[in-house]
Design a protein around this ligand. Structure first.
Ligand code: F6P
Length: 547
């Protein structure tokens, strides 16, 4: 089925949707109870545990029965989800509003495998760019590529925002155990001058290299920070020498060259790689610089493992199931948010990365054909690392009046570089125990016999997924990333929306340009065409600034 065919039908008007709504009402009226489900079916944990690659996914604590899963799969079938995934993997222009293919999976496809879109095999271009990345990182590490004064590069500063920062920064943090000495990486995204100031703190321009990552090379924050960084470097090295300290990653080569970056120092990404799905592209250059080419390849291989799992049978894949569970809660239970809680200090940015992936992809209100979507779409993604989260927001998860499905991610072994520390094994085990305990407490609550004080009682019946992986390796990280990317695609396909554009962010950018011009020009707000509230704010701003 072509994407536009899927768009033609309103999924909320189908008999499959109605059947799920009926089923949900029945479960809710009957007081579906996780404790009772578990008691009635001792095999439930085993039956409701799936594997994808090295990931073990326990979804037994969800408010579902076998019938629910069947009905959800029927809904996916009716929505043409598997066909949509196949169209995406096959290079069809599934991003219909931009008229583009969506081929982040090509970035991690097996070597030598053709990936054709629009009659062109893009695999050779990807392979060539990955080779350029490897050569660059080798040259950086060996000292062949030095700064303008001849000193080796010690720090790489990634300047980029959104998809040009969140994934790489998350991976850099997650894979701390795999970083090799010699090159430190930093990430600067915010236009707030404090961000660049922190990013440059203590650095020597002669030993610093900037990677300006911007698919469109027009993003205000990134260009402002890149210009400021160049001025900082030029103030010490002179402007010609400073340009040797800049490379770019972009789909707009001309814009990067016009900015002053040498053509040979421009790495390519392509319009068929969405920024938020671009971790496997040259947008990951800083990550490769930090962890080395082999570990970067292992991360891509991890992503590929899940891509292959999905490609082998989208309808029966784990991302299909997990994506459908989020649809179940969002549309049939009215749950608005999903908490993502990695029991891993180094995965603390995982939820921040995922916020863009899910909310920028699926925070949409019209279907592919422009008609109103007619149901709720993306959940609000939030969270933070366990166990810290337990001492912060878990109170609401356990006893609040709103139900928040939670994803817990936990590793069987501690990170390799800390495993040998005194007491690390015990502390890691305590971490795992806390994760399992939270899932149990949410699902099963306080045993009724033990508590008759309503203030102390936990109601239970709150759903969660536990994702268990052996260790936070590059491959496991890649698997986790792809697992969530594919879930996002599943959600969007059910709702019949375009998960790959982001027009919602444009108006704010245009307004900010106009307001910034007025702030700088010092024009009287009354003379501008801003709305009255904005004019009032501008007036207050000027007064407060000048006081
Ligand atoms: O916020 C909008 C957005 O276009 C994101 O989709 C993107 O990841 C980010 O800005 C950065 O864009 P670019 O890589 O073009 O600078």
């Amino acid at each position: 089925m072509l994407p536009s065919d899927a768009a033609a039908s309103d999924i909320t008007a189908t008999s499959e949707w109605a059947a799920l709504a009926r089923h949900a009402r029945e479960l809710q009226a009957g007081g579906v109870d996780l404790a009772a489900l578990s008691e009635a079916d001792p095999d439930r944990p085993g039956r409701c545990t799936s594997t994808a690659g090295q990931l073990v996914i326990d979804w037994s604590r969800h408010l579902v029965t076998d019938a629910t899963v069947e009905l959800l799969l029927a809904l996916a079938e009716r929505a043409g989800v598997a066909a949509r995934i196949e169209a995406m993997l096959g290079g069809e222009p599934v991003n219909v509003t931009d008229g583009r293919a969506v081929l982040h999976t090509a970035l991690r496809a097996p070597a030598g495998e053709a990936v054709v879109t629009g009659g062109v095999d893009v695999a050779p271009a990807i392979a060539a760019e990955h080779e350029r990345m490897r050569a660059f990182v080798r040259a950086l590490r060996s000292g062949e590529r030095r700064g303008a004064t001849g000193l080796p590069i010690r720090t790489v500063v990634n300047i980029g925002i959104g998809g040009s920062q969140l994934g790489p920064a998350m991976a850099h943090e997650a894979l701390a155990a795999f970083r090799s000495d010699g090159i430190e990486c930093r990430f600067v995204s915010n236009i707030d001058p404090a961000a660049l100031a922190a990013g440059l703190d203590g650095l020597d321009p002669a030993q610093t290299l900037f990677i300006v990552v911007s698919k469109g090379f027009a993003t205000a924050e990134t260009l402002a920070n890149a210009r400021a960084a160049r001025a900082w470097a030029a103030s010490v090295l002179g402007s010609e020498a400073a340009s040797r300290h800049f490379v770019a990653v972009t789909a707009d080569r001309d814009a990067a060259v016009e900015f002053g970056i040498e053509p040979d120092d421009v790495f390519s990404t392509w319009d068929w790689v969405g920024g938020r799905f671009s971790m496997g592209s040259a947008a990951g250059l800083a990550v490769m610089a930090a962890i080395g080419e082999e570990n970067f390849a292992a991360m891509l291989a991890g992503m590929r493992t899940i891509d292959e799992h999905v490609a082998a049978g989208p309808a029966a894949s784990v991302p299909m199931l997990l994506g459908l569970l989020s649809v179940w809660y969002r549309n049939f239970w009215g749950f608005q948010t999903r908490a993502v809680v990695p029991y891993s200090e180094r995965l603390r940015l995982f939820g921040v990365w995922l916020q863009q992936v899910i909310m920028e992809s699926n925070g949409k209100r019209v279907r592919l054909d422009g008609s109103p979507v007619g149901c709720e779409t993306a959940e609000i993604v939030w969270g933070g690392p366990g166990t810290d989260s337990q001492h912060s927001f878990h109170q609401l998860l356990h006893q609040g009046t709103t139900v928040v499905p939670a994803d817990f991610i936990v590793l069987a072994r501690p990170d390799a570089d800390v495993a040998g520390l005194a007491g690390a094994a015990e502390r890691h085990e305590a971490l795992v125990a806390n994760c399992f305990a939270q899932a149990a407490a949410l699902a099963f609550g306080t045993p009724p016999a033990e508590e008759d004080d309503p203030h102390r009682e936990l109601p239970g019946n709150r759903p969660s997924t536990v994702i268990l992986a052996p260790e936070l390796t590059p491959s496991v990280l890649g698997q986790l990333v792809a697992l969530y990317e594919h879930q996002t695609v599943v959600q969007g396909a059910v709702w019949g929306i375009n998960s790959f554009d982001q027009f919602g962010v444009e108006l704010g950018k245009t307004l900010a340009d106009g307001i910034a011009a007025d702030l700088q020009a010092g024009t009287v707000p009354a003379d501008t065409d801003h709305d009255p509230a904005t004019k009032s704010l501008i007036a207050h701003y000027r007064r407060v600034r000048e006081d």
